[in-house]
Design a protein around this ligand. Structure first.
Ligand code: ADP
Ligand code: MG
Ligand code: MG
Length: 933
């Protein structure tokens, strides 16, 4: 055709800037951007997929992409950048040549779709317009040419409808209402009942409605249509839904969307045509089984919107065996090529298959793990990659509460069962019912309620309500409906297509039979089974043992961390990755920690044990005795209790280190409340009761004598031990006696005694030798030997600064980062979190809450210094962290960088920490760490 040279001439005349790429110009796009990431940025994810498929020989309808750069230019100035439109029209000419059709030519018309597509997929959040190129003349031509007037008029009415809705923001109602009336008038049930005549009549009504609401006639100039559509897609980047979605997913506002102009292929040409969507593996469970839906004689949006009930993809083999086989082949190839589960859209036109989109599919936490593990086992990806594909949040989600099984069983029989639908997104949700997105959001945010959003089906403008809710329930749609896709992505439990439910949006209620749920009522939604119950069902945390894929993945994470040489730390530091230990005070916590994969106890707090009912009176007697002898007598009564505590702990941790911290809090914490006691004394005096009054008065005096104006910085930790060494002497005796007894029973013990709140090595010089003598004495008495260590917490900045001295005594350091953060910033945590931390974060003074994530620039620097200095004195110094930060992925990475041996966190965080430790190891493998923090 003569148009081609013209196209070239136009492209050259715009000073080199290329705004438009044909689907086979992937090389040029790669050259322009330098990488595939860059291509995705330039052409958007959908565009990049279409280019990639075209290159691989997959059947993709011819087309071209207008770049995100053009979108950003348009958004700045409000008009297309110079040269863009002439490049687009030139590209249209090429597409005309490739298809042998002509845009706007009634005798052989080319129709196109105009589709949004940003770098990161935002399903359904922006606009797409189909069937561009139809007008009053072309529709007649198409009708003759295809010998299918029904199809032609159906396509035309779709164009007017989509055009009105997306370009001019007309209400859906404007078009839905006349269609419903038509169907009712003629006694039709579904859209496919509509005849050619019926659609034709409807088109003239649509055109009237269009003119009435827009102010001018529906454009007959096909290039005008294309221009309007392109602008509308560009503008949809700044639509409310798109902005809300970007806020929720942290996608940058600057990226912009590309526009893909794609030759139309038609799924609505009769029963040898159809359209569908599919996931190459089950996005809910991760099972290696195609999950998809299709509709015969329909156009794309029908399936995606979940409006008509579609058929499962397996059935396609009966309708169109050849197309089905080709589809299976192509999707298998796509999965191999992208090495990930794909979410594809396709259309079959008169038996011929066309692929319209492929992208990495969104999925649940469960299937994320299963697919990664399966793909590593299939050798599609490496184990390391499988580990990297799982985020700490995913692991967190898998260990989140689910409905209590026995409570569920009971609910099923006691009449609270309400309905069952498709289990679209797993998890347990309990909340109050609301029937629209705005109310759901408002009740959640303003009234702080737990909410469940209930709708017949959801649309993109419902997303803000879904995100705010605990769970989502719909009465229509299937596993690939809008509600299902969005809920899975945000990890919101969701049940869709519970078709027994009749929702009455006006009365604000839903019913099944004679059971009614009103707005504000509580329900429980189980995204695992698809069941919905009236009222609240209790939830509980799932066990790790049953999650075999997650276990496999975490074992791979451990293997990665255990590799020698994966880390290059400053002199003396470990070259393997981090170990994960747990904070546990009682044997049952220790056992849980072991089952979650902890390989040590990083912090056992001993003071809890003093609070138990049979012990507290002894503790108080000990505190009140005026001298060392009195204290020793009381403490000898406590000794057997403590020995038993430690015995259980060592047994649970057979073979692994256990760090026991000596008494830390100020003693007044063990005493009765001063004010309460005072009240009692006054009441007794007023009532003239003398019995026991004297004792109470004495106790009150004693407590008053212990008063400190700032107890957290007062007589506690090692300071307390130095003024009353009898307490820790008893504790050390209990630890070593228990350890000796365990050793004699064949248990391997590795006790590590931790002295809290050290500020100067002189404190350790005073106390530690006394304690070491007791340790030696016990081992002598019991005639056993075992490994042990004495060390300290680093929680006072001075200890960190003087770490080289502290390490002369301490055989290990454990960062108590709660206190270390308080004292480094000079904030008291409770006061800060209550009063000013939020303001500080809002004002940008603090980027993150330093009590959740280690402040690398300050507290983190002190830690780094302490480790380096400590290891100068003692190269084998063992270093850990036992503050809450030990379970925070960002802080774990910091611990990896500075050369910790392990992190210790709450047993529940152990799986997350194991994964985060492996991520850090992989991220820094082979790098000189000091350069890259
Ligand atoms: P989204 O990003 O919301 O998925 P798409 O641009 O993928 O929007 O378009 C939605 C649907 O429209 C697709 O699933 C497809 O079925 C249909 N569609 C888009 N372009 C064409 C085309 N050229 N031919 C046939 N159907 C199309
Ligand atoms: Mg799509
Ligand atoms: Mg502390």
């Amino acid at each position: 055709m003569a148009t081609k040279p013209k196209a070239k001439a136009t492209q050259k005349s715009v000073k080199g800037k290329k705004w438009v790429y044909l689907f086979d110009e992937v090389r040029a796009a790669e050259k322009h951007t330098g990488s595939w990431e860059g291509v995705r940025g330039l052409l958007g994810g959908k565009g990049a997929g279409l280019f990639d498929m075209t290159r691989a020989g997959v059947p993709v309808p011819p087309g071209f992409t207008v770049t995100t750069e053009a979108c950003n230019g348009f958004r700045k100035t409000g008009s297309f950048p110079a040269g863009m439109w002439s490049q687009a029209t030139a590209a249209m000419k090429v597409v005309e040549k490739r298809t042998g059709k002509k845009f706007g030519d009634a005798s052989n018309p080319l129709l196109v779709s105009c589709r949004s597509g940003a770098k990161f997929s935002m399903p359904g959040m922006m606009n797409t317009i189909l069937n561009i190129g139809l007008n009053d003349e072309v529709v007649e031509g198409l009708s003759k040419l295809t010998n299918n007037p029904r199809f032609a008029w159906d396509s035309y009415r779709r164009l007017i409808e989509m055009f009105g809705a997306t370009v001019f923001n007309l209400d859906d109602e404007i078009f839905e209402h006349p269609l419903a009336e038509h169907k009712a008038k003629r006694g039709y049930k579904v859209d496919t009942d509509m005849t050619a005549e019926a659609w034709k009549e409807l088109v003239s009504e649509f055109k009237k409605a269009f003119k009435q609401h827009v102010g001018f006639d529906f454009p007959q100039d096909v290039y005008k249509q294309l221009e309007f559509a392109t602008k509308a897609v560009f503008e949809s980047w700044n639509g409310k839904r798109a902005i809300d979605y970007r806020r929720a997913t942290a996608i940058s506002d600057d990226l912009g969307t590309a526009v893909n102009i794609v030759t139309m292929v038609f799924g609505n040409m009769g029963d040898d045509s159809g359209t569908g969507v599919a996931f190459t593996r089950d996005p809910s469970t991760g099972d290696k089984k195609m999950l998809g839906e299709y509709l015969l004689n329909a156009q794309g949006e029908d399936v995606v919107a979940g409006i008509r009930n579609a058929d499962p993809i397996e059935n396609l083999v009966k309708n169109m065996p050849k197309a089905y086989k080709q589809f299976m082949d192509i999707t298998r190839k796509l999965e191999k090529h992208y090495r990930d589960m794909q979410d594809v859209e396709f259309t079959i036109e008169r038996g011929k298959l066309w692929m319209l989109q492929t992208r990495n599919g969104k999925r649940t936490a469960k299937s994320t793990v299963k697919i990664a593990v399966d793909m590593a086992k299939e050798k599609l990806i490496a184990k390391e990659e499988a580990v990297l594909r799982i985020t700490p949040e995913t692991v967190d989600a898998l260990l989140h509460p689910q409905f209590d099984e026995s409570a569920m069983k009971k609910a099923e029989t006691d009449g609270t069962f309400f309905a069952k639908g498709v289990n679209a997104s797993p998890g347990a949700a309990v909340g109050q019912v609301y029937f629209d997105a705005d109310t759901t959001e408002k009740m959640t945010k303003e009234n702080k309620q737990d909410t469940i959003m209930v709708r017949p089906f959801t649309k993109p403008d419902d997303v803000h309500g879904m995100i705010a809710s605990q769970g989502v329930l719909t009465s229509e749609g299937g596993a690939t409906s809008h509600a299902a896709v969005v809920a899975r992505q945000f990890g919101i439990p969701c049940v869709v297509g519970a078709s027994a439910i009749k929702i009455d949006l006006e009365k604000r209620q839903m019913t099944v039979g004679d059971v009614t749920v009103n707005e504000g009522d509580w329900i429980s939604v189980d995204g695992n089974t698809g069941k919905v119950f009236i009222g609240k069902i209790p939830t509980s945390a799932p066990s790790l043992e049953e999650q075999t894929d997650l276990l496999t993945l975490l074992n791979w994470a451990d293997e990665i961390c255990a590799r020698k040489g994966i880390r290059s730390t400053p002199k003396g530091g470990p070259t393997r990755g981090l170990q994960v230990w747990a904070n546990a005070d009682y044997p049952k916590d220790a056992r849980r920690a072991r089952s979650y994969g902890a390989v040590g106890i990083g912090l056992c707090r001993t003071e809890h044990m003093f609070f138990e009912p049979e012990r507290l009176p002894i503790v108080q007697r000990m505190i009140l005795s005026g001298d060392s002898e009195g204290r020793t007598v009381a403490l000898s009564e406590l000794l057997p209790f403590q020995r038993k505590d430690f015995d259980g702990l060592f047994e649970a941790m057979d073979g692994y280190p256990v760090i026991i911290r000596l008494i830390d809090p100020p003693l007044h914490e063990f005493m009765p409340d001063e004010e309460k006691l005072l009240e009692e004394v006054i009441t007794m005096r007023v009532k003239n009761e003398s019995e026991g009054l004297k004792e109470k008065e004495n106790l009150l005096d004693a407590i008053r004598g212990m008063h400190e104006s700032n107890p957290m910085m007062g007589m506690r930790g090692v300071r307390l031990s130095i003024s009353m060494p009898e307490i820790v002497e008893m504790q050390v005796r209990a630890i070593f006696e228990a350890a000796a007894d365990c050793t004699l029973r064949g248990i391997v013990v590795k006790p590590e005694v931790m002295i809290p709140l050290t500020g100067t090595v002189k404190e350790l010089e005073w106390i530690q030798p006394r304690l070491e003598r007791i340790a030696a004495a016990v081992m002598d008495e019991k005639k056993v030997k075992f490994e042990y260590k004495f060390g300290t917490m680093i929680e006072i900045p001075r200890a960190a600064v003087t770490a080289s001295e502290v390490a002369q005594r301490a055989e290990f350091f454990s960062f108590g980062t709660n206190d270390l953060t308080q004292m480094t910033y000079g904030y008291s945590r409770d006061d800060a979190e209550r009063n000013f931390l939020v303001t500080y974060q809002e004002q940008g003074i603090l980027e993150k809450n330093p009590f959740q994530t280690i402040d690398r620039g300050g507290v983190g620097k002190l830690m780094e210094w302490a480790i380096a200095e400590g290891r100068k004195t003692r190269p084998t110094l063992e270093v850990g962290i036992c503050g809450e930060h030990g379970g925070d992925p960002d802080s774990i990475e910091w611990c990896h960088i500075i050369g910790n041996n392990y992190v210790s966190c709450s047993p529940f965080r152990v799986p997350i920490a194991r994964l985060a430790a492996a991520h850090s190891a992989l991220k820094y493998a082979g790098k000189k760490i000091a350069e890259d923090k």
